[in-house]
Design a protein around this ligand. Structure first.
Ligand code: SF4
Ligand code: SF4
Length: 425
């Protein structure tokens, strides 16, 4: 890796804490990713992206800013990246998938709050994330109570624009959400100093759709048995999709899919034919949270889909491309985003229907519903998931975990017991 210390220093990072983070990542990555056998060659690009996670991409963001561009951070797949792109900005997902800066975070947050919220606060207060420190503005949403209140505190440290996400999907909620997306467009225009035109928005919709199509194509290829790629690798790609350069990422995913198509024709896979096929559902698994997928795939199963925001919820729906005016396109964007099935909505039947249909499409043997500790929306919704899957006779394992490694052995025992039960069916 090139020497990026000067850049990190100029971003105001706490270099000592940052070094600790950067020392842990290669070891974890090595044991989780590089230990896999029979990986597709196309994963080399994504390995490179991780090796440069605080290097090359951060340099690109600085170059963009030096040329007058803006960087906007987001924590939720409800933030419409098409609008930021159309205004010449770069949107980055602020990952929050590791326990860091906990002591600082707990000075402003209660101890028993979701690890994702604690993580993003820890990242900001601990000054360890160059993505966070590159952001001119971050976008919050009123999805869950913890996040919405945490954004008030975060606003003391970085400008936060909060979008009001409705809690239901009735006509009046759709109207509210549309007005929020319109306001977001006005805020982004003001921040970037660039007007969103019909031409720029159309292009941004096309670029983002192309990225989502590439991810859909990748997901389709996982229907095959043996699965041509591991769930861990797919999760990594989905995590990287949140911050990588859009056209470059799209091209790399498509190149990987070309390779996977050949693998499928040749009957090559990452797991043996007939290995138990599982769907992973639940709260997002932000980079570098790979704990549960690693446990699952080192226990002999293969993950064939992620019904999560770092997964299908991010790319399953496209924005219609035939609209002509900015107003029509904004309406189409608002409609696409409101179709995301987050547990913050009530009822959230679309999610149950999706998990059931996905299990059939992907020929899954079972579902693992994994929720972050203290996440009320998803923990309570586990009841609805259980009921829906029981009705369709689909085996389910509910897990609750955090970012620590202490429960890995216990999770492994439960996953192995679940796989044994699947084997006896
Ligand atoms: S789970 Fe809900 S709040 Fe979290 S990223 Fe997904 S849509 Fe946003
Ligand atoms: S995981 Fe749950 S509690 Fe945590 S930010 Fe997402 S919705 Fe909120």
């Amino acid at each position: 890796m090139a020497d990026y210390r000067k850049m990190w220093e100029s971003l105001g990072l706490d270099l000592e804490s940052h070094d600790q983070l950067m020392n842990v990542l290669p070891t974890t990555y090595g044991s989780v990713y590089m230990s896999q056998e029979n990986r597709p060659e196309g994963m080399e690009y994504f390995d490179f992206v991780v090796s440069e996670v605080h290097g090359q991409r951060i340099q690109e963001l600085q170059d963009h800013k030096a040329a007058g561009g803006k960087v906007i951070g987001a924590f939720c797949v409800y933030v419409p990246e098409e609008i930021v792109r159309a205004a010449g900005g770069i949107q980055v997902g602020l990952c929050s998938g590791v326990e860091i800066g906990t002591a600082q975070a707990e000075k402003v947050l209660p101890r028993n709050i979701c690890p994702l919220i604690k993580s993003f606060m820890g990242f900001k207060l601990g000054k360890v994330c160059p993505y966070f420190e590159s952001c001119n503005m971050v976008v919050g949403e009123t999805t869950c109570d913890g996040k919405k209140k945490a954004f008030e505190i975060l606003n003391d440290f970085v400008p936060v624009h909060v979008m009001e996400t409705p809690q239901m999907k009735r006509e009046k909620d759709k109207a509210l959400w549309l007005s929020e997306v319109q306001d977001f467009l006005a805020t982004v225009e003001e921040y970037t100093g660039n007007k969103v035109t019909a031409e720029s928005l159309r292009q941004a919709i096309k670029d983002t759709n192309a990225k989502r199509r590439a991810l859909l194509r990748l997901n389709e290829l996982r229907r095959h048995d043996p699965a041509p790629i591991s769930g861990k690798d797919c999760l990594l790609i989905e995590q990287i999709s949140m911050y990588d350069d859009v056209p470059r990422f799209t091209a790399q995913v498509n190149a990987l899919c070309d390779e996977l198509e050949v693998r499928v024709k040749e009957g090559k896979g990452v797991a043996v034919t007939g290995a138990p096929r599982l769907i992973l559902s639940g709260t997002p698994m932000a980079l570098p949270n790979w704990k549960v997928p690693h446990v699952i795939e080192t226990s002999g199963a293969v993950i064939v889909a992620e019904e999560m925001c770092t997964g299908l919820r991010y790319f399953e729906n496209l924005v219609p491309e035939e609209e002509e005016t900015v107003e029509q396109m904004v309406e189409a964007i608002a409609g696409r985003y409101l179709d995301i099935n987050c547990a913050c909505f009530t009822p959230n039947d679309g999610r149950m229907e999706k998990i059931v249909s996905l299990a059939g499409e992907m020929k899954a043997d079972g579902v693992i519903n994994c929720t972050l500790a203290f996440c009320d929306p998803y923990l309570v919704e586990a009841n609805r998931v259980t009921k829906a899957l029981q009705e369709h006779n689909i085996p389910l394992l509910n897990l609750e975990t955090d970012y620590g490694q202490e429960d890995s052995a216990q999770i492994k025992t439960r996953v192995e017991a679940f796989l044994e039960m699947l084997g006896n069916r």
